[in-house]
Design a protein around this ligand. Structure first.
Ligand SMILES: *[C@@H]1O[C@H](CO)[C@@H](O)[C@H](O)[C@H]1NC(C)=O
Ligand SMILES: *[C@@H]1O[C@H](CO)[C@@H](O)[C@H](O)[C@H]1NC(C)=O
Length: 507
């Protein structure tokens, strides 16, 4: 017991170190665990149910937290006793590595959310806690045996009640995602879907497809990557794509609201006991994004295929043509066009996580040669349904006679865009008395909305150009007049009139 405890502590610290980006001074000793090859010699082992160690807890919506009924492989009566519904979908939830040896708090939350979306579904939680609370590399190696347990279980009850394969959906978190993958590989028939929630990285980044979650493991495999910081194999979440669709929210490295400052604040206020919760913030965000997709159907997040995180952050990938965009989470469209399709999205720091994505494209003219880096801007968007004012944005580069493209997000739907306001903030450190000379001329601005799939051209509100100067007046742009209906014109007119920063319209 003592040995196991200290091993846990070391692995736990390893997790802390890699996730907080601190120097990784403590590493787990790489003991190699050799299990006999599980794929060997046909399918004879498949029907031997005697060595299954994992337990299969059949949950109910009334008591999502409690293990009230187990379905026991080899005991058909247990299927009936648990009131398994043969007509409806079955979700099999698989947890990951655990320090405490208990189910983590997300388990009942996910179970509840699954029932909220699919009230009559069967939700089964796999309990492999005893193998999951070992030294991390040991638990990682156990994924093969647990995957085998799950495959045997599924094969058994499928055959027992002739359950349709297309109603099976496996959901695995962290190590549990690889368990789901191995299970999917070993079932007699492909299950309909596997959802991987931040599949574990250490021991898996360079492992072969048979040992990790992969697109071959189900008819459709969708993956959320939320904590992939650091070098490969050190990162808590696997970095490479392992499904048909791999979504990297906020670039996949790290999630908003999980920063070190927040972390330290929480440690200070809630004590060290909650440290592991905090450390797992980005890792576990994958689950909460999925829960969000189950319960907030009216706030369906969208993700966009993109060749890189950088291109996405420039707003270049907001197209929905040819399946380039997709719904995130439960309602995903099961497109399997390409093997590894990396998709990106931004989120809020809390539920509902949805944001609206915009690409802003603007050409900066200037007579004199001007070059700036990292300039603070405040951008306001005014739409048909509302407005979002003073969205902070740091412009990476601001150069004469160049076109810049960047990504802007709002957390609310402001509808079709009507007006845009740009403010170039004065540098707080250095205040130039001659700032007036730093002026860009902007004739037009183009904004593309990812969620609306529309492009709108804006032109200077008055005259040919709007002027953007450091610390100066806002540059204001309105939608090209010809394209507007009269109702929109009224709204636009109201916007123009409102607020001190808006002068009387010249119209
Ligand atoms: C598996 O096959 C090998 C030869 O291919 C044989 O030596 C071994 O006994 C077999 N094992 C089982 C469990 O059948
Ligand atoms: C930018 O372009 C305009 C018009 O094309 C030109 O008059 C101006 O000199 C250019 N500015 C610089 C810095 O090259």
């Amino acid at each position: 017991m003592g040995r196991v405890r200290s091993a846990c502590l070391i692995s736990w610290m390893f997790f802390v170190c890699i996730s907080s980006g601190l120097e990784t001074t403590i590493e787990p000793t790489t003991e190699s665990f050799t299990f006999s090859n599980i794929m060997e010699n046909g399918t004879e082992w498949m029907t031997d149910l005697s060595d299954i160690e994992s337990k299969f807890s059949f949950r109910t919506s009334e008591e999502p937290e409690d293990d009230l009924c187990y379905i026991v492989p080899g005991e058909p009566q247990s299927i009936k006793d648990c009131n398994f519904n043969q007509e409806t979908k079955t979700f099999i939830v698989i947890h990951g590595w655990t320090v405490t040896g208990m189910f983590e708090s997300w388990v009942p939350k996910l179970v509840t959310a699954l029932f909220e979306r699919e009230p009559t579904a069967n939700v089964i939680v796999v309990d492999w806690l005893s193998r999951a609370q070992q030294h991390y590399p040991t638990s990682a190696a156990y994924t093969k045996l647990v995957g085998r347990d799950v495959a045997k279980f599924v094969n058994w009850f499928q055959a027992e009640i002739d359950y349709p394969w297309e109603k099976l959906h496996l959901l695995g978190y962290s190590l549990g995602a690889h368990v789901a993958g191995i299970a999917g590989l070993l079932t007699k028939h492909k299950v309909n879907r596997i959802t991987g929630m931040d599949p574990a990285g250490p021991s898996f980044e360079y492992a072969d497809a048979q040992s990790t979650l992969s697109p071959d493991d189900a008819l459709f495999v969708d993956v959320l990557h939320t904590n992939t910081r650091g070098s490969p194999d050190r990162s808590i979440g696997i970095q490479r794509p392992v499904g048909h669709i791999d979504i990297y929210p906020n670039g996949g490295t790290f999630q908003p609201g999980c920063d070190l400052q927040n972390t330290m604040m929480m440690v200070a206020t809630t004590g060290l006991r909650n440290m592991d919760q905090i450390v797992k913030c980005s890792h576990e965000r994958s689950i909460h994004l999925f829960i969000d997709s189950l319960v907030n159907q009216d706030h369906q997040s969208m993700a966009y295929r993109c060749s890189s995180k950088d291109s996405f952050n420039k707003g270049m990938c907001l197209s929905c043509r040819k399946n380039r965009c997709n719904k995130v989470g439960y309602g995903v469209n099961k497109v399997r066009t390409r093997r590894s399709s990396k998709m990106y999205m931004k989120t809020r720091d809390m539920m509902p996580f949805k944001v609206f994505h915009y690409q802003v494209k603007v050409h900066f003219f200037s007579k004199a040669k001007l070059n700036y880096n990292d300039q603070p801007m405040k951008i306001s968007l005014y739409g048909f349904h509302g407005e979002k004012e003073n969205i902070p944005y740091v412009m990476p580069a601001l150069n004469s006679n160049t076109t810049t493209s960047f990504l802007l997000t709002t957390d609310a739907d402001i509808g079709e865009l009507l007006m845009v306001k740009l403010i170039w903030e004065k540098d707080t450190l250095i205040s130039w008395p001659w700032w007036n000379s730093d002026t860009f001329h902007i004739r037009k601005l183009r904004i593309k909305s990812g969620e609306r799939q529309s492009k709108v051209i804006f032109s200077a509100k008055e005259g040919e150009f709007s002027y953007l100067s450091r610390g100066g007046e806002p540059a204001i742009f309105v939608k090209d007049k010809e394209a507007q209906s009269s109702r929109k014109n009224q709204r636009l007119h109201k916007l123009k009139m409102h607020g001190s920063s808006f002068k009387q319209s010249t119209k």
